[in-house]
Write a protein that binds this ligand. Structure first.
Ligand code: GLC
Length: 481
């Protein structure tokens, strides 16, 4: 008889329902990748992974075929607050949406008001635990992601769990450590959740992510290097000493990529599909991209591509300053991304000063993004920190050779001289030197194509990561008390 392993997977966003950033990609892919693991890989264990999301008002109109489940209540300030539950099925996976209270009152996935988000995600995290009881479906593992859902691990530890049911093991995946969440002690108080004595630093013990990390049975960083970096002062967001005490429970598992969606052999958004064996077809994509953004198409001129949030995290300033310094050789650049108004402004300034070389598209445009991956020659991603990073993987899959900083997931996915170009210090000068190495190699067509092929042949599929998560789930359950 096969065994079933039940996992409740929680996130603030998940593709295809709602996606703001990389978290949405992961929460959209990983649960389904886990369910799709073959019986040979799982030793016949059946993975019943179910996803729970807040029923953000912005996604209500996106979902068809939804049915409501019986509501239940949460006690807050002595009042009963109604928790509404809806269900849909995504490729055989049950997906639950939780609405009511502060979720209905919210607008977008994340608000600029931290108090609003604190209320909303505390409610969501506690309601998700209530949902398991309501469904009479008791998970073996509760898998939370980032600060928004971290309080589920805390709730599991400090709240009463169902009599006769083993308490689920808890796991938190950290996609972005500096986002610890707002102080929520007032909110917890309203729900009668006690503030535990912890070994967290004082300033951290009122925030969702630290409380979650303190409670969780396992902490997963989205790349092995980020798991190490989190223990250092530079990347630990003040939690490094605490995290060192959890070293045994901390691992890194590299994210995968939705290789079916990001596939240059079938991608309908690009001018010409191609494979590692038909790289010459890329030329049509380069011409189409240049023409579309209003640059003069020229196969001899190397074309840089950037697809990124305009955020200091992403080192966009290094790109903007660095490109200015490369004047003795021709190049062109297409930069796609929005965010920080100051960075957008300096990007526009670069376009003004280099009007024949640079085009900036200050927007979110997933189609243009694919056209950049498929048409640009060199992908620039000099992040200050990068827990995992997806764009460099997509770029390599599309034969666009990346220049990256050796940090987090970039360090784990790009190899100097083989699949890309890597520099260490977050300084313009070092970035420029790496770009020069890329430009030198670009002139040697054979060497360049060899690198493109190396990148295109890497396995970025989810199966590897999903099996690592599966092994971890098994380990957690076997040691569950
Ligand atoms: C965050 C990180 C990014 C990572 C993504 C998914 O957006 O900044 O590096 O790839 O989460 O884990």
């Amino acid at each position: 008889m096969s065994k079933t392993l039940k996992v409740l997977f929680l996130a603030a966003e998940a593709d295809p329902f709602v996606k703001v950033g990389g978290l949405g990609d992961v929460a959209g892919s990983l649960p389904r990748a886990l369910r799709a693991l073959s019986p040979e890989l799982t030793g016949e264990v059946l993975l019943d992974v179910r996803l729970v999301l807040p029923f953000h008002p912005v996604i209500r109109s996106n979902i068809t075929s939804l049915h409501s489940l019986p509501p239940f209540t949460l006690r807050r300030n002595g009042e009963e607050i109604l928790v509404e539950v809806f269900e849909t099925i995504l490729e055989e996976m049950p997906v639950y949406f939780i609405g009511g209270g502060p979720i209905d009152a919210s607008g977008s996935v994340y608000s600029s008001n931290s108090e609003t988000d604190g209320e909303k995600y505390t409610f969501f995290s506690l309601a998700a635990l209530g949902l398991a009881k309501q469904l009479n479906w008791y998970p073996d593992v509760v898998h939370a992601n980032d600060w928004h859902t971290a309080l589920t691990a805390y709730g599991l530890l400090v709240q009463h769990w169902q009599e006769g049911q083993p308490r689920p093991a808890s796991l938190i995946t950290v996609h972005n450590l500096p986002f610890l969440g707002p102080d929520v002690h007032n909110v917890l108080e309203k729900y009668d959740i006690p503030l535990a004595q912890t070994d967290l630093p004082d300033w951290a013990r009122l925030k969702p992510l630290p409380l979650g990390l303190w409670s969780a049975d396992a902490i997963v960083a989205v790349s092995p290097t980020y798991a190490d970096e989190m223990l250092s002062k530079d990347y630990g967001s003040g939690l490094q000493d605490f995290l060192k005490t959890r070293r045994e429970n901390l691992t890194g598992i590299l994210n995968g990529l939705d290789v079916n969606s990001f596939d240059p052999t079938t991608d309908k958004d690009i001018a010409a599909q191609f494979t590692a064996e038909s790289l010459d077809q890329r030329k049509a994509n380069k011409t189409a991209l240049a023409t579309q953004v209003g640059l003069v198409a020229d196969q001899a001129v190397p074309l840089f591509g950037v697809v990124s949030r305009m955020d200091p995290q992403k080192g966009i300033d290094l790109v903007l300053d660095g490109l200015r310094r490369i004047v003795d050789t021709p190049w062109q650049a297409v930069v796609l991304g929005t965010g920080d108004p100051k960075l957008e402004e300096s990007a526009r300034k670069l376009q003004k000063d280099f009007s024949e070389r640079v085009r900036i598209a200050a927007k979110y445009d997933s189609r243009l993004a694919r056209q950049i991956y498929a048409g640009a020659d060199i992908f620039l991603m000099p992040s200050r920190y990068e827990p995992c990073g997806l764009s460099q993987m997509i770029a390599m899959r599309y034969g666009c050779v990346p220049v990256v900083r050796a940090v987090g997931g970039l360090h784990d996915t790009v190899t100097e001289g083989e699949t890309g170009f890597v520099f260490i210090k977050p300084q313009v000068k070092d970035f420029v030197t790496a770009v020069q190495r890329a430009l030198d190699t670009y002139r040697n067509k054979e060497a360049w194509q060899a690198m493109q092929k190396n990148g295109m042949r890497q396995d970025f599929s989810w199966t590897k990561s999903a099996s690592k998560y599966f092994e971890l789930y098994q380990r957690l359950i076997s040691t569950r008390t």
